[in-house]
Ligand binder design. Structure first.
Ligand code: SAH
Length: 213
């Protein structure tokens, strides 16, 4: 598991690409510049690791495009110490970005293979999520609610009610909503039954699946 000057150089170029696409939050850009994305992908894909592209990982899933990770993270507006729930741990790259930003991260993954792999891998890099969970993101994590932020990293055909219910007042849910193409959507909880909704254009994610296998 090596992170060389070459990797670091490529990563700084990636930061500039993501910045040029419109990401302004310096803390988010700094996190993209720190997390060694090449180590989250199978070896042999170094040439792809620092391109701004999604890429296949195990179990037919993908590591999200860095721009998309940055965009969602920027919308979450996190501060150190914030309690954040992630749905779709996958490679753990987004989890690592949130750890880098000082968040207390809970993350749920429904594919056992990925759950096991990422649970072993993240601590090796020094990224300690509060808890990684093998389970169904549609139901969230009631026992740890409320959350300051919830980030869904798979395309949701609809907005799961449980996730809105598990936000604290003032909390933010960032979720791509749609079937083939998803609209990036932000909900801000203004009161017990009061949610503000904002939409931010189209993205493409692997689907948020309903049944556990
Ligand atoms: N955040 C990841 C993105 C992985 S792709 C990364 O940075 O690499 C989306 C992930 O969501 C996949 O790993 C997929 O298995 C997972 N997923 C799909 N449906 C889910 C569900 N209902 N609950 C939890 N995870 C789910």
């Amino acid at each position: 598991m090596k992170d060389t000057y070459r990797h670091q150089g490529l990563r700084q170029q990636l930061v500039e690409v993501v910045r040029a696409k419109g990401i302004e939050d310096e803390k988010v850009l700094k996190a993209i510049g720190k997390v060694p994305r090449h180590l989250f992908m199978d070896s042999g894909f170094l040439d792809h690791a620092y391109q701004d592209k999604a890429f296949p990982i195990a179990a037919d899933q993908t590591i999200s495009q860095p721009y998309t990770v940055a965009f969602q993270t920027e919308l979450l507006e996190v501060k150190p110490g914030d309690k954040i729930l992630e749905i779709g741990t996958g490679s753990g790259y987004q989890t690592a970005i949130l750890c880098e930003l000082g968040c207390r991260v809970f993350s749920i993954e429904r594919q056992n293979e990925l759950f096991k792999k990422t649970s072993k891998f993240l601590p090796k890099l020094g990224y300690r999520a509060k808890k990684l969970i093998f389970g169904d993101g549609y139901i969230g994590l009631k026992e740890e609610a409320p959350f300051k932020g919830i980030i869904v990293t798979a395309g949701a055909p609809f907005v799961p009610k449980a996730l809105l219910a598990q936000l604290e007042i003032g909390g933010r849910l960032v979720i791509p909503v749609g079937d083939n193409v998803q609209t990036m959507t932000l909900f801000i909880r203004k009161g017990p039954k009061d949610f503000e909704k904002h939409e931010f254009g189209d993205f493409r994610f692997v689907p948020l699946l309903e049944d556990k296998n």
